[in-house]
Ligand binder design. Structure first.
Ligand code: UD1
Ligand code: CA
Length: 457
């Protein structure tokens, strides 16, 4: 097998996006477009990957890190000029070079491999990945001769009426003989409507020299969507979302309404888990088997065990065990750890707190900076008073503690094992294990007093 190199074009500003953010960094399903492209290029097994950066160079480099080499295109003079920047890294190498655009986030490694295979079988010097587009506006068109052989690519802006009627488009992905590519690039001019050095012109140059030009038309036209504006960005998002959701459904996850379910590419979800509409699963989230999640829930970089039910709730950067019930309307904030069989009910906020097995906070609580043992019951409306205006303090609640309703636990404070806190208490001192602590004004009943008030009115 010949050596394989890849060049990713990612230097453009993306004027049509009308954005502060450089185009290739716009996310699709939570991940920058250029990241999707690099991942797929990696899967296609390359000996060397060179990314051409320009606008937002530092940010793009930071995003891709050491998975790619970088060359700088200081001025964006066109796609041919962009590839030329990789000359020092590649020109004298034998092998094939795959060129992909950083703004085609849906392209897959399988399609890249099929393109390379086609190129090698045809012994071509250049092979274009083409696609049939019912609405080809904006794309370069593939112009073939009477025998069906590719002659050249004409850009939309340079095309005449009859060329514009062609629906076979250049997807912006190509495979070249590396040496032939860099030789032909020397002859590309910028004599066109946009005054740019067009990479597609390499095709006509090689064709005129009598070289074999291949065209591999992919059946997966939706994979080749080029994102130039926000309309295409939302189309890419929809297509990627459908792809990810289908992957999960095929591996045994029920998604009630895939059009309204948003899952990152990294998420792992177990079999027989059911996902209700309006659920957003972001980042590296793992959800176990037989869970019921949603409707209207958001997860980010979290781990959820098996048989857990989470409704109308948010869980970020936290771990949740098995057989847990959360929600409706609970908020599990970062660095929390919820043990097995725990119940977190409506309007409960948990922050940087751990809950041991089978503990409960069923209604209207705030538990922050706390270590809660197992079999603890936190009554309705009870809170940890964790902040003194300057610092956060820890509340420790040991196993089998019962915290009565509407209690304030003023941290730092510790409630010992098996202790009871009477409802309405404001606890400012540690409570020993097995003790009953009451910290509220004693009730006084004044017999007949209400009658006097009534008679005055
Ligand atoms: C390009 C192709 C077009 C094809 C389409 C597929 C050219 C001239 N046209 O058009 O035939 O149908 O892609 O989506 O190549 N870039 C640089 N440096 C530059 C210019 C562009 O790195 O000087 C990068 C951009 O960041 C982008 C990619 O190259 O990732 C493509 O550039 P873009 O301006 O989007 O080209 P299109 O007009 O879409
Ligand atoms: Ca484009």
């Amino acid at each position: 097998m010949s050596n394989r190199y890849a060049v990713i074009l990612a230097a453009g500003q993306g004027t049509r996006m009308k954005s502060k953010l450089y185009k290739v960094l716009h996310p699709v399903c939570g991940k920058p477009m250029v990241e999707h492209v690099l991942e797929q290029v990696k899967h296609a097994n390359m000996n060397k990957i060179v990314t051409v950066v320009g606008h937002g160079a530092e940010l793009v480099q930071a995003q891709l890190g050491d998975r790619s080499e970088f060359v700088l295109q200081a001025e964006q003079l066109g796609t041919a000029h962009a590839v030329m920047q990789a000359k020092d890294r590649l020109q004298n190498k034998d092998g094939i070079t795959l060129v992909v655009c950083g703004d085609t986030p849906l392209i897959t490694a399988e399609t890249m491999s099929s393109l390379i295979q086609h190129h090698e079988e045809q012994q071509a010097k250049a092979t274009i990945l083409t696609a049939h587009q019912e609405k080809p506006d904006g794309y370069g068109r593939i112009i073939r001769d009477e025998n069906g052989l590719v002659k050249r690519i004409v850009e939309h802006k340079d095309a005449n009426e009859s060329e514009r009627s062609v629906k076979e488009v250049n997807t912006g992905t190509y495979c070249f003989d590396n040496r032939a590519l860099f030789k032909a690039l020397e002859n590309v001019s910028n004599d066109n409507v946009q005054g740019e050095y067009y990479l597609p012109d390499v095709i006509e140059i090689l064709q005129t020299e009598g070289e074999t030009i291949g065209a591999f038309q992919t059946a997966e036209a939706s994979e080749t969507l080029g994102v130039n504006d926000r309309v295409a960005l939302s189309q890419a998002e929809g297509l990627m979302r459908a792809r990810i959701n289908e992957k999960h459904m095929r591996s045994g996850v029920s998604i009630i309404d895939p059009d309204n379910t948003y899952i990152s590419n990294e998420a792992v979800i177990g079999r027989d888990t059911v996902i209700y509409p309006g659920t957003v699963i972001l980042g590296e989230t793992t959800i176990g088997e037989d869970c019921v999640v949603g409707p209207g829930s958001e997860f980010k970089d979290s781990t959820i065990g098996d048989r857990t039910s989470i409704k109308q709730s948010v869980v970020h950067d936290s771990a949740v065990g098995s057989d847990v019930t959360i929600g409706p309307f609970a908020h599990i904030r970062p660095q929390s750890s919820i043990g097995d069989e725990v119940k977190i009910g409506n309007f409960v906020e948990i922050k940087k707190a751990s809950f041991g097995k089978a503990s409960k906070a069923s209604h209207l609580s705030y538990i922050g900076d706390a270590e809660v043992g197992s079999d603890v019951n936190i009554g309705c409306g009870s809170i940890t008073v964790n902040y003194d205006g300057k610092k956060k303090h820890l509340t420790t609640i040991e196993d089998n503690v019962f915290v009565g309703c509407n209690s304030n636990l003023v941290a730092p404070v510790k409630i010992g094992k098996g202790a009871y806190v009477a409802a309405g208490s404001t606890i400012t001192k540690d409570v020993p294990g097995e003790a009953l602590s009451i910290a509220r004004a004693r009730q006084e009943n004044k017999e007949g007093y209400a009658g006097k008030i009534h008679s005055k009115n």
